[in-house]
Design a protein around this ligand. Sequence first.
Ligand SMILES: *[C@@H]1O[C@H](CO)[C@@H](O)[C@H](O)[C@H]1NC(C)=O
Length: 501
Amino acid sequence: MIYNNDSNDNELVISSVQQPSMDPFFIFGLLLLALFLSVSFLLYLSRRAYASLPNPPPGKLGFPVVGESLEFLSTRRKGVPEKFVFDRMAKYCRDVFKTSILGATTAVMCGTAGNKFLFSNEKKHVTGWWPKSVELIFPTSLEKSSNEESIMMKQFLPNFLKPEPLQKYIPVMDIITQRHFNTSWEGRNVVKVFPTAAEFTTLLACRVFLSVEDPIEVAKISEPFEILAAGFLSIPINLPGTKLNKAVKAADQIRDAIVQILKRRRVEIAENKANGMQDIASMLLTTPTNAGFYMTEAHISEKILGMIVGGRDTASTVITFIIKYLAENPEIYNKVYEEQMEVVKSKKPGELLNWEDVQKMKYSWCVACEAMRLAPPVQGGFKVAINDFVYSGFNIRKGWKLYWSAIATHMNPEYFPEPEKFNPSRFEGKGPVPYSFVPFGGGPRMCPGKEYSRLETLVFMHHLVTRYNWEKVYPTEKITVDPMPFPVNGLPIRLIPHKHQ
Ligand SMILES: *[C@@H]1O[C@H](CO)[C@@H](O)[C@H](O)[C@H]1NC(C)=O
């Protein structure tokens, strides 16, 4: 789950980065003020637009400015984010309803038909939309990508994140994962899963994207990253001292650190001291695009920053929920353990994991998918209508925000019988119906980091279950969604090492 922060590839993925320790009511107070000052006029205009359009989708815009944001946020806080959509589908219409959330008058498109419509009408009726805070942190998300060059760039990076080029990084992922377990798990009684998983995903990204392994160099990227994460979906006020302002500065700091690494790498490659294939950044430095030019260091650093932002807390969330559900379902844990031990038995001692091994981890991947179904890190996303059109018999006007909700199909018994139940076998055989399971979004803007995150998750699961069993420290730890699903205590677990280790 990685952002494609390309110019013109600016889809809002609403739960991008964990914002730890922020009181939602405090934020909400500030949000209200900011919105009142800056957005109310726009909102007034868009309300008028709704009013003047015959036959808009049914639904309520709620209080002025605030809209229905309070309820949207409170269902998340209570860990039942799907309730917001389900209540309105029952009350107004099963296909589409209008609301006003986070300062935007929005049509929520529901069910597999809604997902399908939004994912397959890119550039025809809809396009991605970022909130202001994201635009300020990633100025290139504003760039209009009409020119040849940026269109090329957009196609270019995902090529390096496809299964085939990523295969050769599996042994590297294996070494980094082992090292992570050696330093952050081995010998410990209790591990707090979420922060530990975030440490792992950052370390792995630094190695696979940049060949950075030295803890001091990793810290240059990971420390400002915490600040960036906190401001990523913050209120859109860029004044000294605000979270957003700090995030914008932190992003610049990381970009600079990456540019330094790239400059050094370019020299090393020219002097044959580094391999042009050793990491994603080096491949981007040494591979010309189809049009024959090379990407600049600034452009590559922007890409890498986007990948780390998009990939870090999303993957940590997936790992956290896999560990939670395996603790709660010992029979499923046993099946994963057996599958992974088969892989261990098929290898020589010390031999690193490779592509064939990962292909054998089928049940483990079903478990990961089921964790992403119940707790999708990306709960949904915004788009914007680029022309007037009719959807399900209702008029949608150009400029309206459109929202797709992953959690609303994931938790719908029509697509997933007994949706509350953790049941990885749903993903065996033909699997879920099309457009019902959408943790990576879909269509041309589907998360380009899907395969990277699959490999990272499976290699992690391999070392986790072959080393340990575990139990939750807090058996009934609550889940909240802010903006990603999150066990409120960070999921501390008690480790039970296997005897054979
Ligand atoms: C992890 O620790 C084990 C046991 O001490 C050792 O054999 C292995 O080489 C270590 N792996 C890494 C990558 O540091």
